[in-house]
Write a protein that binds this ligand. Structure first.
Ligand code: GTP
Ligand code: ZN
Length: 190
């Protein structure tokens, strides 16, 4: 779902301007449909701007499960807000349900990552937003979010260090307890 704020005509004009700025001819055969294509592509990769955590965490149910639930290796594609090039990797999202046992669907954790990844972002904020929205909406006893990404702004340009990975975490509630945290980390790393 595209963000309602997305202005296709303006995005097309901007891409046309950018092509001119880099010394290209936006009217040559190969480029004539590019502004519209790039606009559609940006609508898709910034679709999270039109979504909220409430949209995806509205389905909850009570399974009486009171131990940690962890979905690991959720693919992440986000957009570095400094250079507008991708950063990509995986997110691991775990929580210990609230005492009333309310849990959400497993796919909703992956959808939540996308809500905050599909927009101009920095990895630290992405990590915190996923954790904070789980705290707010599921009222769990604990949350752990670990994200590992490669930033193309560090690979294809600038410092040019392919393979460098940035790892960020946000840990809340009972998962800050060293024993529980170590158990979660062993599941993530193992
Ligand atoms: N903390 C953080 N930094 C990021 C992230 N994505 C990109 N950056 C950094 O943002 C910084 C922007 O630095 P600037 O000096 O303003 O830009 P620049 O001249 O293009 O920097 P270089 O990338 O070093 O060439 C760079 O160090 C990037 O590596 C992120 O998700 N988190
Ligand atoms: Zn960057």
């Amino acid at each position: 779902m595209t963000s309602p704020k997305f202005d296709h005509a303006r995005a097309e004009r901007a891409v046309r301007e950018l092509l001119i700025a880099i010394g290209e001819d936006p009217d040559r055969e190969g480029l004539k449909d590019t502004p519209a294509r790039v606009a559609r592509s940006y609508a898709e990769i910034t679709a999270g701007l039109g979504q909220s955590a409430e949209d995806v965490l509205s389905t909850t149910f009570d399974l009486g499960h009171d131990e940690m639930i962890l979905v690991k290796d959720i693919e992440v594609w986000s957009l570095c807000e400094h250079h507008l090039v991708p950063f990509t990797g995986v997110a691991h999202v775990g929580y210990i349900p609230a005492p009333d046992g309310q849990i959400t669907g497993l796919s909703k954790l992956a959808r939540l990552v996308d809500v905050y990844a599909k927009r101009p972002q920095v990895q630290e904020r992405l990590t915190t937003q996923v954790a904070e929205s789980l705290v707010e909406l599921l009222k769990p006893r604990g949350v752990i979010v670990v994200i590992e990404c490669e930033h193309l702004c560090m690979t294809m340009r600038g410092v040019r260090k392919p393979g460098a990975k940035t790892i960020t975490s946000a840990v809340r509630g009972q998962l800050r307890n060293p024993v529980t945290r170590a158990e979660a980390m062993s599941l993530i790393v193992g």
